[in-house]
Write a protein that binds this ligand. Structure first.
Ligand code: 5GP
Length: 183
């Protein structure tokens, strides 16, 4: 039986730990093939991407480098507004680097579009995006996200790095979270 950890809003498993691991293995193999001869600088977006990033880099057979940035977006508890603030910037210079941005989830795409503009202004040789999850909304993210782990329904999810009010990041699986304003 799945525990709800004392949180009655915690819903069923949407993507199991095993499914996460096999899909991330496949993403790692694809990235390894695509970046032969030009190892990427992988930029994780904190905090949500930290678990995904840790597993993904270990599935890539290339001398990758990693860096992190932290952003905070304004909006309700479950929807972003697109107004993004960089809370922690990168340590490395992106000039002429092959940058692979690693995101936890793309919903409206507003956060991603802000980050893309911001990073492109720093003169990378290339910039691609890898997102663990992409929500099926009216907004089509296929043009903007080169690597997608899973397309998921337009529902709020937690676990595997994703939080609600800083909780549940440590869940092994991605689970639904039943909120009033998540629809
Ligand atoms: P967007 O700007 O694409 O609408 O939202 C992206 C950001 O909102 C994600 O990086 C994540 O922090 C947050 N977010 C969007 N959907 C979800 C969700 O279902 N669960 C959680 N925990 N965060 C989400």
């Amino acid at each position: 039986m799945q525990s709800n950890g004392g949180d009655p809003h915690l819903g069923p498993i949407l993507i199991s730990h095993d499914d996460l691991h096999s899909r991330i293995g496949a993403l790692g193999a694809q990235i390894t093939a695509d970046y032969q001869g030009r190892p990427p600088l992988m930029v994780g977006v904190l905090k949500g991407a930290f678990v995904f990033m840790a597993d993904l880099v270990r599935c890539i057979d290339l001398p990758v480098e990693v860096d992190f940035m932290a952003v905070s977006s304004y909006g309700s508890a479950t929807k972003t507004s697109g107004v993004v603030r960089i809370v922690k910037d990168l340590d490395v210079d992106l000039t002429d680097r092959h940058v692979l941005l690693v995101e936890d989830i793309v919903d409206s795409g507003l956060t991603l579009s802000y980050l893309r503009k911001n990073l492109m202004a720093r003169g990378p040789a290339s910039l691609e995006v890898c997102a663990l999850l992409a929500k099926q909304t009216e907004h089509d993210v296929d043009d903007e996200v080169r690597y997608v782990g899973f397309d998921i329904p337009d529902e709020f999810v937690v676990g595997y790095g994703l939080d609600v009010a800083e909780r549940h990041r440590n869940l092994r699986d991605v689970r639904q979270y039943l909120t009033d304003d998540a629809t």
